[in-house]
Design a protein around this ligand. Structure first.
Ligand code: GLY
Length: 350
């Protein structure tokens, strides 16, 4: 597993060099795209990476809609009909939905072929495209069926971010904030200083720092048995807040935005239960409010959010469990929180 991190030379030109290597002599490449990456990212990729000039491409619908078993089956059938063998390499050019689906297809095809992730969104670069979690959705729930299958290469090319709307960038910024909260207080300080000063330019070295933290965690626990759970800081709340935002009349929140709001609850409970200094919660709340309109929940809303939280896959023996912080850079997993504490934290978001 190799990650091509942003540096002074273009990541695509380094990918070009790697794919010219003997290990890839017999490879046949298919590029998985959606409409956005077909229009905005395919041409720069193919013009920079010689081995991909002959690649065939496969297009799937934009967004969560593509993470569907029927679409995975169509892709497997297309690969079979094209005579794709074990030397086939699937190149996933897109955000988290494309890499989740493409990784899933690669994991299942011929019991596992190689794949390359080329994330084109910030959330893909700092989270989804790294770590080998692949999945499709089922029964209206996200990521219900999937495999751990590590990409052979993840190539992070920050220039793809130039085509993204701010809202999509902010989804990724929240995942960066989460990663720095658990793994690098100095980078957290630098990123929050930048955001508080009103600048939203995501620097390539910050992306690289984030990826290095995630890679180190995944290396320790590739199958998500224990320590990797720390990456879920803010997610027990975030998943429920995201699902609730899809209800009629609510402001729709993307995954990163919902996690960003969930982080306020997690930090609030970290202060109450683990003695995290309250100044960290206040600073984070200030930063978050620059990126997303903080929701004001009623008691009735908190009951609905709680129903989603009760279904969370990380809960043990009927208790809702969260990752919390005892200090900056010091996460603790499996902290049981009772329902009144959850209601209280949701009511105190704003
Ligand atoms: N997104 C969390 C993980 O990869 O474990």
């Amino acid at each position: 597993m190799k990650t091509i991190l942003p540096s002074h030379t273009s990541s695509l030109s380094r990918l070009n060099r790697i794919l010219s290597n003997r290990d890839f002599d017999n490879a046949r490449f298919f590029i998985l795209v959606d409409e956005n990456t077909y229009n905005n990212c395919l041409a720069p990729l193919v013009s920079s990476v010689a081995r991909l000039q002959e690649a065939e491409f496969l297009e799937v619908p934009v967004g969560e809609e593509c993470k569907d078993l029927a679409i995975a089956q169509q892709l497997w059938e297309t690969l079979l009909e094209s005579g794709a063998d074990k030397n086939t390499i699937l190149v996933n050019l897109g955000g988290g939905c494309v890499s989740d689906l493409g990784g899933f297809v690669a994991a299942g095809y011929k019991r596992g072929i190689r794949y390359i992730n080329i994330p084109t969104t910030l959330i893909g670069m700092v989270d989804a495209a790294i770590g080998g979690k692949t999945a499709v959705n089922m029964g209206g729930c996200k990521n219900q069926v999937g495999f751990f299958h590590q990409p052979t290469i993840t190539c992070i090319e920050p220039s793809f971010l130039d085509t993204l709307p701010d809202e999509e960038l902010f989804n990724g910024v929240f995942e960066m904030l989460k990663t720095f909260l658990i793994g690098n207080p100095e980078q957290y300080q630098a990123l929050t200083d930048m955001l508080l000063s009103g600048s939203f330019e995501v620097k390539p070295d910050m992306i690289a720092a984030c990826v290095e933290i995630k890679n180190a965690i995944v290396k320790k626990d590739p199958k998500d048995q224990d320590i990797r759970h720390i990456l879920n800081l803010g997610h027990t709340f975030g998943h429920a807040i995201e699902a609730f935002s899809h209800r009629q009349g609510q402001a729709l929140l993307g995954h990163g935005m919902a996690v960003g709001v969930g982080l306020i609850c997690a930090l609030y409970l970290s202060v109450k239960k683990l003695g995290l200094a309250a100044e960290h919660l206040e600073r984070y709340r200030q930063v978050a409010s620059k990126l997303v309109q903080l929701p004001h929940y009623t008691l009735k809303d908190t009951e609905e959010i709680l129903t989603y939280m009760r279904q969370d896959k990380k809960n043990a023996s009927g208790e809702i469990c969260c990752v919390l912080l005892q200090d900056m850079g010091a996460p603790v997993i499996d902290i049981a929180v009772d329902e009144n504490e959850i209601r209280d934290s949701l009511l105190k978001i704003k």
